[in-house]
Design a binder for this molecule. Structure first.
Ligand code: VGL
Ligand code: ZN
Length: 192
């Protein structure tokens, strides 16, 4: 690990937020992000470093009820994915989440989708209560839930860094648009 690696900057006042690294968002899943599983070794390095330094770790899951309004069968735009308690909704088995990681369920509402890990989850309040000022964000998908989570981090007053080698987009055009939106909102894009 070169000493210039950004994970060397993880310190007190930081948190690591891992978004939706679930089977359904990886190759072979119901809504696969191309090469989505390739981010896992990088995420595991961040998880290990955060765990060693006592940095709080949050891991969200897209956690939809059956007949969620985002599903095409219900008039939504996505194939059925991440249905609560199914194999596809599980964290990817290679993701090395330490025992102390806090799990966040999102996308549970029946009236609308919730892309952001901050959306009615209490995450902002929890971070503030722990003295967190800066969040490091990775996971899936860069152009959907990572984007929404990072934008909400800024709206809630946190310094926000998206770890580019630890995220992947559904589409290349989506990634380009997401990065522009993130930079415009003051999110720092790290690495690559
Ligand atoms: C996501 C599409 C639908 C994501 C969730 O986690 O990025 N994308 N639901
Ligand atoms: Zn979803």
């Amino acid at each position: 690990m070169p000493s210039s690696h950004p994970l060397d900057r993880l310190q007190a006042g930081d948190a690591l937020v891992v978004v939706d690294v679930q089977r359904d968002f990886c190759p072979g899943g119901a809504l696969p992000v191309p090469k989505g599983d390739l981010i896992i070794p990088e995420l595991n390095r961040w998880l290990a470093a955060a765990h060693e330094r006592g940095i709080p770790i949050y891991a969200s899951r897209d956690w939809h009820p059956p007949e969620h309004p985002s599903f095409q069968s219900q008039g939504g735009i996505w194939p059925e994915h991440c249905v609560q308690d199914t194999a596809g909704a599980a964290f990817h088995p290679d993701l090395e989440l330490p025992a102390g990681a806090i799990h966040i369920a999102k996308g549970t509402r029946l009236d609308r989708d919730q892309y952001s890990a901050f959306d009615e989850t209490g995450l902002a309040e929890h971070l503030r209560a722990r003295g967190v000022r800066r969040v490091w964000i990775g996971g899936l998908a860069e152009d959907v839930c990572v984007r929404a989570t990072a934008l909400d981090a800024r709206r809630n007053g946190f310094e926000a860094h998206v770890i580019l080698p630890a995220t992947r987009a559904l589409t290349a055009a989506g990634a380009e648009a997401a990065r522009a939106d993130l930079q415009a909102a003051g999110v720092i894009l790290e690495g690559e």
